[in-house]
Design a protein around this ligand. Structure first.
Ligand code: 13P
Ligand code: SF4
Length: 323
């Protein structure tokens, strides 16, 4: 369903240099490129990025960069947002298959029918959605500004919130506003087990539970702190606690251990004994693919111009209301 073309040039995999860090830094200079990365990326990608952040700060960086090329180490909807903000720039995604279960849960044709049932509604869409859904929205939000944005909307208008029902429920609780929810969810954040979390807390009574608002209410009700990835990172730096149970994708623990090296971070347990709390989409990007993307200037994000124009307005509105 992606409106992009070009798959990865796999035969070139035998052209990968030994010192990838040096090679990537060299390409960065040659291309005047910036590498933007999300906290759920592998540690080596986080370490080579020019900027690491949550969805809001990555969008803000994309909106203000002077680079000619944006290499987006994240998932498709994030790279699409960078492209919408920079239609004339080359935006590369190391693996074009790096999607998002939440974004995929909201098909544009079905969402158009859903929206048509509520003609007076303001449509607030979480940034984890496709460019086509953004184009049908009035305003975009992220996990770090959803509450702030919904609080600023006119009280006399009903609101559709899509696609994440868990973030939507959290926003309802925080704002006291009734939202019409699209029933999407994230496969990673829904996998945490409340029962195992309680058990882990009993075993580690001094640990604070910190959680992303994409988690289910049953998990969030045990959290000492709820926030976006950047907010969770700041919280464990500032808190007087030395131990944290982290209910979000465990890639962020690499940064947590960097910024709070004396503290201890325990990933929240999944329902089964798998590594299902690792985002399979985010983890499709590797340092090798990032190098190849820069060397061959593909895979590139290409979007329909009319969708980009329509999607820009609600993204800009979010950036204005987040200042
Ligand atoms: P953040 O904006 O909090 O980084 O969330 C992005 C995401 O995809 C969470 O699953
Ligand atoms: Fe999408 Fe969930 Fe992965 Fe975030 S963690 S990119 S919401 S599937």
């Amino acid at each position: 369903m992606f409106t992009t073309t070009l798959s990865h040039p796999s035969p070139q995999f035998n052209q990968i240099p030994n010192d990838l860090f040096t090679a990537i830094n060299q390409l960065k200079k040659e291309l005047n490129a910036v590498i933007l990365a999300h906290y759920y990326q592998y540690p080596d990608i986080q370490d080579i990025a020019d900027f690491l952040g949550d969805s809001l700060s990555l969008s803000q960086q994309a909106a203000s960069t002077n680079a000619d090329v944006i290499v987006f180490a994240g998932v498709h909807f994030m790279a699409e947002t960078a492209k919408i903000l920079n239609p004339d720039k080359l935006v590369l995604l190391p693996d074009l298959e790096a999607g998002c279960s939440l974004a995929d849960s909201c098909h544009p044709d079905i969402f158009a029918q859903f929206k048509a049932q509520y003609p007076d509604c303001i449509v607030v869409s979480y940034i984890n959605c496709s460019a086509a859904i953004k184009a049908m929205s009035d305003i975009i939000c992220t996990s770090s500004n959803a509450v702030k944005i919904v609080k600023q909307l006119p009280k006399d208008r009903p609101i559709i919130f899509a696609p994440d029902r868990n973030l939507g429920k959290y926003v309802m609780e925080q704002t006291g506003r009734e939202l019409i929810l699209w029933q999407g969810s994230c496969i990673v954040h829904e996998i945490f087990s409340e029962r195992k979390l309680i058990q882990l807390k009993i075993e580690n009574p001094r640990a604070e539970i910190i959680a992303h608002p994409e988690c289910e209410t049953a998990v969030l009700r045990h959290a000492d702190y709820i926030g976006s990835t950047t907010a969770l990172l700041k919280y464990c730096q500032q808190s007087s606690s030395n131990e944290f149970i982290v209910a979000t994708e465990p890639g962020i623990i690499h940064q947590m251990e960097k910024v709070a090296s004396t503290k201890h971070f325990i990933p929240a347990p999944a329902m089964n004994n798998c590594a299902c709390n690792e985002c399979p989409h985010m983890r499709l990007n590797t340092l090798e693919k990032l190098y190849l993307a820069m060397k061959f200037k593909q895979p590139e994000i290409i979007l329909d111009t009319s969708i980009m124009i329509a999607a820009l307005r609600p993204i800009q509105k979010m950036l204005e209301l987040s200042r």
